[in-house]
Design a protein around this ligand. Structure first.
Ligand code: FES
Length: 113
């Protein structure tokens, strides 16, 4: 039995990096390792809070609701992290609307350790 190769996932907003299996969603892999950076919601493609933009690397996506990811956004690389599986090492960023919250939170955490 061959062991499953993990891909490395880098979150641009928080400089976090974690290992994710190809049969694990980007969100699931992050949560399993207790990492932060992608907002966690329903985990089932229903709420849209986990939207991220893939900046480099390949992912395989399950069907995503057009109310959360438009065709345009999909073409620009946006996916729902709870519906996307890494197919290579991946670099991503949380969607801009939420990225601001994360970066603010991160700045607060850094200034008040
Ligand atoms: S966590 Fe709700 S859509 Fe991904």
């Amino acid at each position: 039995m061959s062991s499953i190769h993990c891909f490395s996932v880098a979150i641009g907003n928080t400089q976090e990096r974690y290992a994710c299996r190809p049969d694990q969603t980007l969100l699931g892999g992050m949560e399993q390792l207790g990492r932060k950076g992608i907002p966690v919601g329903c985990r089932g493609g229903g709420c849209g809070v986990c939207k991220v933009r893939i900046e480099s690397g390949a992912t395989r996506c399950e069907r995503m609701s057009r109310s959360h990811v438009s065709a345009d956004e999909e073409a620009q690389g946006y996916v729902l992290a709870c519906r996307a599986y890494p197919q290579s090492d991946v670099a991503l960023r949380a969607a801009p609307r939420l990225a601001r919250c994360i970066e603010r939170h991160q700045a607060r955490t850094l200034s008040h350790p």
